[in-house]
Design a protein around this ligand. Sequence first.
Ligand code: TEU
Ligand code: CA
Length: 554
Amino acid sequence: MKKRWWKECVVYQIYPRSFCDSNGDGIGDIRGITSKMDYLKELGIDVIWLSPVYQSPNDDNGYDISDYQAIMKEFGTMEDFDEMLAVAHERGIRLVMDLVVNHTSDEHAWFAESRKSLDNPYRDYYIWRPGRDGGAPNNWGSCFSGPAWEYDKATDMYYLHLFSKKQPDLNWDNPAVRDEVFRMMNWWLDKGVDGFRMDVISLISKKPDLPDGVPGINGYAGADEVANGPHVHEYLKEMRQKVLNRTETITVGECAGVTLEEAKKYANREETELNMVFQFEHMGVDSGENSKWSDRKADLRDLKEILSKWQKGLEDVAWNSLYWENHDQPRSVSRFGDDGAYRETSAKMLATCLYMMQGTPYIYQGQELGMTNVPFESIEDFRDLESINAYHELTEQGVFTREEMLRYLRYKSRDNARTPFQWSGEENAGFTSGEPWIMVNPNYKKINAKEQMGREDSVFHYFRKLIRLRKEHEVIVYGTYDLLLPESKEIYAYTRTLGEEKLLVVCNFTAGEVTFDLPEEFWTGAVLTGNYEDAAVKEHMALRAYEAVVVKKQ
Ligand code: TEU
Ligand code: CA
């Protein structure tokens, strides 16, 4: 196993709009991030993944970029960015940019040119097709509801957008597009950034004939149809050669639709493409029959099967990322734990279960506090176009009633992760002195960073300890993973082995007490960490509600 710094680091994702507002306009900004750099240092993270801060009309909160080399006005200036980067580097914290190049904003200069005429030099920067039978060129749908094609009158053609109609897909088959992207990436590396998280990078290469697809999870063909396309690995190898090989970058591909076999190519150990990928299988474990919109609870056996498949499947051939949450997912303590009586205990258990595995851990802002899903009251409380569009489309089509859809949105909407970070019990959770752009979770007086930093047994301090353990025990980073009790619906147990070193991780995913027979080789072991102060090693362990214990073989 090749040792690499990006295998040993811990990454913290910041969604800038909701992290910290420094100028009272109710919107988080770059100076706000800079003002909290000591908090991040205290937590012990090594890398910040910064969601997009580029100029954008904010149709998809910055994932629709109109200028890749300018800072969104609401977030501040390029000088603010340079200062934040310097302050991070002074503390030994690296910074990874969010590279969104499957598509641009429709307000990008390239698209403004491209739509002007058939012979415009920028025409082939995007994917244009004539209509078919008076409608769209094929049956693909957008991830944000509706068709994946928008008719443009000026040239009597349609353009492709897998996401919103304000996010036209770039044509990666055009070498001029690739050269523009690589030039821009090098510009950011020249500024000193340390790598990239690559937005839906698995979708950039489409089959040339754009064939109809079989309607997928959103009831439309589309993302599943285009994932892992014919030239995607060729383009990423080119990116590696022309950009990524020049410095010690960290790169993670967000790979919608990625399979284990494809991940072995994207994140191969020869390092000819990316360092690691975000796969989505464990995020689909509680989907409904034809979409994510459901309030079905995951079956632990499915979660264990998926995570174990990825642990064993990439072992020695590629590298995993480890995440429960991000700005697109609901809060994990509400989704996989208990956000009521056992909120802190289950938040610690979930962190132990995941971050003791092999892979680079990703912590999403607020996860280290056990922040929960949000009691949104009505559709007016939501800001995310994915949620709002789905609500209107699926209720108007009669797929769900309004009450059903609101229930599903409260459980799965991306806005659950996008309400303001809860800094303190002061007004607006200390996030802003103005009117926040989205509601603050009403539980901020109980759940906030200030209260937890002052309490040794808080979720915050538990995360700090887990991060520190990863630095002290190589077996946590490089040890092999072996699942125990695959059939148990209550217990997630596995071992990590590196030479003579061996750990046992055992987690109770229920509020009930469950017994666990400790394998004999651990009977003389010692508790490395756990979410109950008085955890002890016994041959027959009675695991309490959401108890997690890590035992080190002696
Ligand atoms: O997300 C891509 C993606 O797969 C999302 O559609 C996600 O799976 C879905 O929202 C879960 O319900 C990336 C970004 O992370 C997301 O914020 C952007 O909206 C999207 O791409 C378009 O840039
Ligand atoms: Ca602001």
